[in-house]
Design a protein around this ligand. Structure first.
Ligand SMILES: [Zn+2]
Length: 244
């Protein structure tokens, strides 16, 4: 009798194995039948894998560049000159509100133009921020460059789409401005460090002007500059070199 139960159980397990094996079969495509090759499997935020996000390609302000979220476009942006005497060709407009970040200047599409590398640094960091913390606060983005770059008062630089101002992170969930010299009690040093690390990881950062007396962080690209207690200023390396 025990033997029979053993055989029946074995048979049932055998049937289940076949069932599960065949369920699994559906999930493993035959490489010869696959029409979408792995290189065509694009991230949800960039459906044509051209490294220009759908959000940027769908942004009305970028219509003049004729970008298409379903066709591979090459990076149109070129930083000319240097950040303090330069201009921006075919700059890309940052979407005003994206995953994990927002642009806090209410004058839309005036001051938020940059090279693709700068825009991507912000968007990628925003996505990581969102998945790490669940905002608020989101990353608070200030001035980048003007549409065609050039002199941008009151800034000394910000002229060719390689720079962006970002607020220090507050510890009270607010997205308002924080001056870390005047109100250090609201300063979230860990999240600010996290943010700076993400920026550095996602772009070649040349320098970050900040208030090194109060930021509580040191090393890397951090450079002290007066007037940077209520935001820090990130400059990335010119993606195609400085000779143009
Ligand atoms: Zn700045």
């Amino acid at each position: 009798m025990r033997k029979e139960i053993f055989y029946i159980l074995s048979f049932v397990i055998f049937l289940y194995s076949i069932l599960f094996f065949c369920l699994g079969c559906d999930d493993i495509p035959d490489p010869n039948d696959v029409t979408d090759k792995p290189e065509d499997i694009c991230p949800y935020y960039d459906s044509d894998c051209d490294e220009i996000s759908n959000a940027v390609e769908n942004n009305d302000a970028n219509d003049y560049l004729n970008l298409n979220p379903n066709a591979k476009n090459s990076n149109p942006s070129i930083a000319h000159g240097d950040p303090c005497v330069g201009w921006l060709e075919n700059g890309l407009n940052l979407v005003n509100t994206g995953t994990g970040y927002y642009h806090y200047n209410p004058e839309a599409d005036m001051d938020d133009w940059g090279t693709l590398h700068l825009i991507n640094m912000i968007e990628i960091s925003g996505r990581i921020w969102n998945s790490s913390f669940k905002e608020p606060p989101r990353i608070s983005i200030g001035d980048l460059s003007l549409k065609y770059g050039g002199t941008f008062a009151p800034h000394g630089c910000h002229e060719n789409g390689l720079e962006v101002d970002i607020r220090y992170v507050r510890n009270d969930g607010q997205e308002a401005v924080l001056n870390i010299a005047k109100n250090p009690e609201y300063y979230d040093i860990e999240k600010t460090q996290f943010l700076i690390n993400r920026l550095i990881f996602n772009a070649k950062v040349e320098l970050i002007y900040c208030d090194t007396v109060n930021i509580g962080l040191k090393g890397g690209p951090l450079v002290h500059r007066d007037g940077h207690s209520d935001h820090f200023h990130v400059r990335i390396v010119d993606p195609d070199g400085t000779s143009n």
